[in-house]
Design a binder for this molecule. Structure first.
Ligand code: IPM
Ligand code: MN
Length: 351
């Protein structure tokens, strides 16, 4: 098979972790007789520095012409404490999600047998956790009307949801639940917010089309607590953009390192695959960042292109590296650790 993959390394540790994922993908391709052509494009602060905007048209064209997008990270501290900055790297990510129609952000949380004791949570609470949060990604308060009133002394952001936006994300959630544990939890704040009441109403109406799926409705504040108390209780969660942003960071801690969890962002056409972690600027250029979340994101990419064996081969070699202690310093507990690039080489050589 011939695959065209757009490569958006972005900022901070993005380029380093992307390099390792490319090594692994190329090794998979040669093992399974595929041809990958990579097209690199600018995004984030790297793009602002080069051409003055965080998601240039040229990058969009390259993404649109690809089968999938592999993405590193976005964000640069130069912009963080400067509220008057007109362009920010994060705008690139938001613009890209919208322009590519990536309305469903799929963020799994699972545990690795060899890393259970790295989690801040107790073993018996988390062992066997296998859940996925499907976060709505192109609507809600992220994209609602916002502004200033009262000579700048008042600011507002609005959470707006249309029924079609809820239906399409719920459909993804139901379909995913059917392939997994057949449980779907709609997470909202329907005791307060009108938009959440529309979520509930919409999902309730869809229940009859998926009689095999057991559906529950929970408030987001309670879920923030239960995710830590009993993550094993969840299978598929669907939720609004901002709630999902917060809950997925929380959930990523369960596995033991933020450097481990992959994600996909899906729409009607192409998917984008990226690690859940950010650009980790303190580690940029040091060859110490954990590349596994990006490598596992590449596994999701293969899976979605119906290359399940290839995806499994990546997951297997990742598990093997963890079991053999070929890990970056975040997982080494002060013991022997390997560089980002060494982990990538090991994975590619052991596929
Ligand atoms: C994420 C990030 C982004 C978000 C930021 C960088 C805009 O936190 O992908 O979760 O809030 O969606
Ligand atoms: Mn986030």
């Amino acid at each position: 098979m011939n695959l065209n993959i757009a490569l958006l390394a972005g900022d901070g540790i993005g380029p380093e972790v992307i390099d390792q994922a490319v090594k692994v993908c190329n090794a998979v391709a040669s093992k399974f007789n595929h041809e990958i052509s990579w097209k690199s494009a600018l995004v984030g602060a790297a793009a602002i520095d080069a051409v003055g905007e965080p998601y240039p048209d040229e990058t969009h064209a390259i993404c649109e012409a690809s089968d999938a997008v592999l993405f590193g990270a976005i964000g640069d501290p130069r912009f963080d404490n400067n509220p008057s900055a007109k362009v920010r790297p994060e705008q690139g990510l938001l613009k890209m999600r919208k322009a590519l129609g990536l309305f469903a952000n799929v963020r799994p949380t699972f545990t690795f047998p060899s890393l259970i004791d790295k989690s801040p949570l107790k073993r018996d609470r988390i062992e066997g956790t296998d859940l996925v949060i499907v976060r709505e990604l192109t609507g809600g308060v992220y994209f609602g009307e916002r502004g200033r009133l009262n000579e700048g002394e008042t600011a507002f952001d609005t959470m707006t949801y249309h029924r079609f936006e809820i239906e399409r994300i719920a459909k993804k959630g139901f379909e995913m639940a059917l392939k997994r544990g057949k449980k779907l939890c709609c997470v909202d704040k329907a005791n307060v917010l009108e938009a959440s009441r529309l979520w509930r109403e919409t999902v309730q109406r869809m229940e009859k089309d998926y009689p095999e799926v057991e559906v529950t409705y929970e408030f987001v504040d309670a879920v923030a607590m239960r995710l830590i108390q009993w993550p094993k209780g969840y299978d598929v969660i669907i939720t609004a953009n901002l709630f999902g942003d917060i809950l997925t960071d929380e959930a990523s801690v369960i596995s033991g390192s933020m450097g481990l969890m992959p994600s996909s962002s899906l729409g009607e056409k192409i998917g984008l695959y990226e690690p859940i972690h950010g650009s980790y600027p303190q580690a940029a250029g040091k060859d110490i960042a954990n590349p596994l979340a990006t490598v596992l994101s590449a596994a999701m990419l293969f899976e979605d292109l119906n290359l399940a064996e290839e995806a499994e081969a990546i997951r297997e070699v990742v598990n093997k590296s963890l079991a053999e202690g070929i890990v970056t310093e975040d997982l080494a507990d002060g013991g022997k650790s390997y560089k980002t690039s060494e982990v990538g080489d090991w994975l590619a050589n052991n596929l």
